[in-house]
Write a protein that binds this ligand. Sequence first.
Ligand code: 5AD
Ligand code: FES
Length: 356
Amino acid sequence: MNMSNLAKLLNEISLADSPRLEDLEQILNLNRQEELKELFSYADKIRQEFCGAGIFLRGIIEFSNYCCRECFYCGLNKNNHKLTRYRMSKEELLESVAYLAAGNIKTLVLQSGEDEGLDVLWLKEIILSIKSQYDIAITLSLGERDAGDYRLWKEAGADRYLLKIESADEGLYLKTHSGMSFTRRLNCLTNLRSLGYQVGSGCIIGLPGQTLKNIAQDILFFKQNDFDMVGIGPFIAHKETLFAQEQNGRLQLTLKALALTRIVTKNAFLPATTALGSLDKDYRLEGLKCGANVLMPNFTPQPFRKLYEIYPGKRCVDEPVGACNFCMDKMAKSLGRFIDYSRGDALKFKKAVLNV
Ligand code: 5AD
Ligand code: FES
């Protein structure tokens, strides 16, 4: 595409309330160096204009790797009997939270597999305890639950919930998640929103069978649902899954999807995901240069961290707790940016409050 047409198209996409699927697909199809440069720098400009230069930190603790699901791509799937399963105790979890808070992190992400053994009240007590001790936002990422569970945790003080759609195309979703319902997943997202959570979603780039149109659908879905956060990472094949023999997602395509998501969502929080840091090398810096403004340091203690093997080669698996903080500061400085140590509440939420 000639460069002035590309600039015009990017402008149209960024201004549209409902961008055209074909336009998004056309951008995802770009491959020439100068085209990619234009796309990435456009996304970077939008990030600067709508979110500023700060990079926000979300410290993650992966407290259980039990999972009742059979997602075709994920190493935690219930059919992986080679994986040693764990559930951290309340004491272990609170000790990790203390580390995280001491590192000046203001957002805690509590993540687990979809753990049927998770005691709803146990987690409620943990949320209450954290909230009574620290001024930090809590994001939960525990999969699909009944609205009653979501409500209980929200009332206890949870602020945000992350539930990736993984693919917004119902056909591809059903082909990669046996036994799951797309409608139920959408309902979970709706319930979370109506309970007042700041809601995050996201997708995987390079899922076997995925087309560029499917990725365009994902991006449109993020726009239509006005998510506060969107996590986009490449598919990485894990040998104990049905997709063991498949190709990994491509770096360039992941970056294109990230850049486009920035352009359409404007002020959503977009992480340079751990998966982006776990390909043949660490590409999170590239992500930060084309729209991302969040990093997710890992605070899961050993021996559990090694056992949360969603995909192989996961970043920071052998780093001591706290090492990520130092490293992320370096990344930010190398870009002429800075780590923003505030809570990083939804920019959309703030705007809504101001408008009232
Ligand atoms: N490759 C890339 N991302 C994956 N996830 C799970 N398995 C894989 C994989 N093999 C992502 C999903 C999930 C998040 C916790 O990790 O998007 O929501
Ligand atoms: Fe974990 Fe660099 S981000 S060591």
